[in-house]
Design a protein around this ligand. Structure first.
Ligand SMILES: [Zn+2]
Ligand SMILES: [Zn+2]
Length: 376
């Protein structure tokens, strides 16, 4: 019962074909002309004309009345400040208009009231109408290999839950909330203040529509209690360090029949002694000797998805060379990554006399390494 809602959506001046600065005489003249033109008596059986006639009458009802016109102008004035109103901004919901995910009743200082239809977010704090449960955040530490493979695990969190004693009703077991006598269970009352007749949340029941006469002793009527619980979560394969996973409807309990919030799990992945990760690729560094790098060799390396693979290292492979094992990385929606194997030539740090002799013999047999390009 808030006909004024239409004021945000309809341009009554446009309907009457007048300007909003026009004097009332001109508005009346325009209205009479249109009313005559589209009057049902003059257009028997013409539904479109009848619609138009109703539209014109509704428009003149407002802007043809000096007081109402003033109020209408004020409401229109508020529109652009909020980024404009219009049907494209979402239809009238139970809790008023939606704008950018919020609730326009916030914007209008509660003209429309929250009532039973109050949505989550900023509009949820008012009254005892349904309130969305809190979004929760939990941290999860995973070993590298579990993050790669995906895992089902349990999280222990403490949050608002429906009270076990009263099953969330807030009423003492054996009793039931009774309908509010002030608002008749509607949760809202029409507030006629001359200008507006918006409905506001019922003060007697706080917008819930019901009153608890015998509150539950455990939750004192809130229907909610904080308690620890275990949440089973399925972490998808390939989750990366720092990733935030949203588990819909696993957060805190809503109040007064409001929806459950979400649970956000922040994943911390511990490093692995063998594997690293770069985007969807897995990485690995494998040591090789100078002789292996020089003469070529075969390397057998593990993968995270099963069988080992053997890499052919050709003769003359420089230290730091990367070998790609296709498709052995992290499987993502679009593509599966690769395993990138970096070979690193190991330089001995201690030598026996025999080893030193051998290296010196090698050095003598090899051409000197050129550093001429340094120009020194
Ligand atoms: Zn309770
Ligand atoms: Zn009430």
């Amino acid at each position: 019962m808030a006909p004024q809602r239409e004021w945000f959506e309809k341009d009554y001046y446009k309907v009457l074909g007048v300007a909003d600065k026009d004097e009332s005489k001109e508005i009346t003249r325009a209205y009479r002309k249109l009313a005559r033109e589209f009057h049902p008596d003059a257009n028997p059986g013409n539904d479109a004309a009848e619609e138009r006639f109703k539209e014109v009458s509704a428009a003149y009802d407002v802007v043809g009345d000096e007081t109402k016109r003033k109020e209408y102008d004020e409401v229109r004035h508020m529109g652009p400040a909020a980024g404009g109103f219009g049907p494209s901004r979402g239809g009238p919901g139970a809790g008023g208009f939606n704008y950018e995910g919020g609730d326009i009743s916030d914007l209008l200082g509660g003209f429309f009231g929250g009532g039973r239809g109050a949505r989550g977010g900023r509009g949820a704090q008012r009254g005892r109408g349904p309130q969305r449960g809190a979004d929760l955040e939990a941290e999860l530490h995973l070993p590298f290999r579990e993050a790669f493979a995906g895992v089902t695990t349990s999280l222990h969190i403490t949050s608002d839950m429906p009270c076990e004693t009263c099953r969330g009703s807030g009423a003492k077991p054996g009793t039931a909330p009774s309908a509010c006598s002030r608002c008749g269970g509607r949760g809202a009352v029409d507030d006629n203040q001359g200008m507006f007749s918006f409905s506001t949340p019922c003060a007697a029941c706080g917008g819930a529509g019901s009153v608890i006469t015998d509150p539950c002793p455990t939750c004192r009527g809130a229907g909610i209690e904080r308690r620890p619980r275990e949440v089973k979560v399925r972490i998808p394969a390939g989750v990366d360090d720092g990733q935030r996973i949203r588990l819909k409807g696993r957060g805190g309990a809503g109040r007064n029949g409001g929806p459950i919030g979400d649970l956000f799990v922040i994943v911390h992945v511990s490093p692995d002694p063998v594997f690293g990760r770069s985007g969807r690729n897995l990485t690995m560094t494998v040591p090789v000797s100078f002789a292996e790098a020089t003469l070529g060799t075969k390397l057998t390396v593990p993968t995270l998805d099963g069988a080992n693979v053997t890499l052919k290292i050709p003769p003359g492979t420089p230290s730091g060379q990367v070998f790609r094992v296709k498709g052995r990385g992290v499987a993502e929606k679009k593509a599966t990554g690769d395993l990138l194997v970096t070979v690193q030539v190991v330089v001995p740090t201690t030598l026996t006399d025999e080893q030193r002799e051998a290296v010196e013999t090698l050095e003598a047999a090899m051409p000197a390494v050129s550093r001429e390009h340094l120009g020194v």
